[in-house]
Design a protein around this ligand. Structure first.
Ligand code: TYC
Length: 98
């Protein structure tokens, strides 16, 4: 029996990376340095030394980039920071920049 000829259309799959947004941590006068380091380790998976460096940078400059994430992840991180800070009674804030 003759083999069937199957014409297959080639499909080109384009995988687009989502745009990334900066999660920025803001300095304040009340949150303890120790707590900021704990937030950076817990929520942003930084090592103790990375977290300490970022915290000191934010403390000195007023704000600093913590990481780059797709928008939904960035929003979730900001909420987690505010939730963890609120529970501990600190005014620590984070924001998102393009
Ligand atoms: N400025 C705070 C202090 O002197 C420490 C601090 C650092 C707070 C970074 C917030 O994002 C921050 N205790």
């Amino acid at each position: 029996m003759a083999e069937k000829t199957v014409m297959e259309k080639k499909t080109r799959i384009i995988v687009k990376r989502p745009p990334l947004y900066k999660v920025v941590l803001l300095n304040d006068d009340y949150t303890t340095m120790e707590f900021v380091v704990a937030v950076l380790m817990r929520i942003f998976h930084k090592s103790a030394s990375e977290a300490t460096q970022i915290m000191l940078d934010v403390h000195q400059k007023g704000k600093g980039i913590v990481g780059l994430y797709p928008l939904d992840i960035a929003r979730a991180k900001v909420l987690q920071v505010e939730q963890m800070a609120g529970q501990a009674g600190f005014p620590l804030m984070a924001s998102i920049e393009e």
